[in-house]
Design a protein around this ligand. Structure first.
Ligand code: ADP
Ligand code: MG
Length: 219
């Protein structure tokens, strides 16, 4: 059974049709890359997958449950714990140090905080940013900030890891590293990875490549 199943997803903003009927299936513990020109609808698709927006029509099935039937509480839980997000630009709060930024999602639910903290420390060690945890995000380089984002996204062991051009602000060496880490970590935690990029070199390292053009999947 698929983890996520999209059927005939359409999305318009006013009169602008952004997604024109998307059918896709994402398997459990698999990795997918979504490729397409700027403006083709990649981010829109990712937001729909993550429950950050709703389609104009069509169905998003998560583990065989219709996302449209989720209540507010279920939806918040879905966004916070089932899904992990990594965006191109960091969304870290400058008023908190990196560790508190990472632990923020875990404070929104009923979690074993000490277990999560141990996990976070382990991840930080693995990603080489242990020394950055007590610092404020603005004291870090772009690459370090992105690692902090990744730790935050993975801190609650999401089943679905959504990454929107996560290496857009990194050089090619760091990009390759970050992509490698996202793949390795999602495998380790049994997550399905869906990553958006317009970097063909990165895309070619994925088994499943989804091409999107003008809001439609291209064979
Ligand atoms: P991509 O991520 O592939 O660059 P997006 O999904 O961000 O593309 O956007 C696809 C199209 O939808 C663009 O033309 C964009 O301007 C439009 N769009 C995206 N979000 C909105 C919004 N909230 N309101 C109006 N138009 C939007
Ligand atoms: Mg985008």
């Amino acid at each position: 059974m698929a983890l996520v199943e999209l059927s005939d997803i359409r999305k318009s903003f006013g009169k602008v049709n952004v997604l024109g009927g998307i059918n896709l299936s994402f398997g459990k513990e698999r990795e997918y890359v979504i490729q397409g020109a700027s403006g083709s609808g990649k981010s829109t698709l990712l937001y729909l997958l993550g429950g950050l927006d709703t389609p104009s029509s069509g169905k998003v099935m998560i583990d065989n449950m219709d996302l449209a039937h989720f209540g507010d509480e279920e939806l918040a839980k879905y966004r916070n714990t089932f899904v992990g997000f990594v965006f191109q630009f960091h969304f870290l709060l400058s008023s908190l140090n990196c560790l508190d930024n990472i632990l923020l999602p875990s404070k929104l639910g009923d979690f074993d905080e000490s277990a999560i903290k141990n996990r976070v420390l382990e991840l930080a060690h693995f990603l080489g940013v242990s020394h950055s945890l007590e610092k404020n995000p603005f004291e870090l380089s772009g690459g370090e900030q992105q690692r902090i984002n990744i730790i935050r996204a993975l801190s609650l062991k999401p089943k679905l890891l959504l990454c929107d051009e996560p290496t857009g602000s990194l050089d090619s060496e760091n990009s390759a590293k970050v992509i490698g880490l996202l793949k390795k970590l999602s495998k380790e935690f049994g997550a399905t990875l869906v990553l958006v990029t317009h970097n063909g070199e990165i895309a070619s390292t994925f088994d499943s490549i989804i091409n999107i053009q003008d809001g439609l999947i291209k064979a």
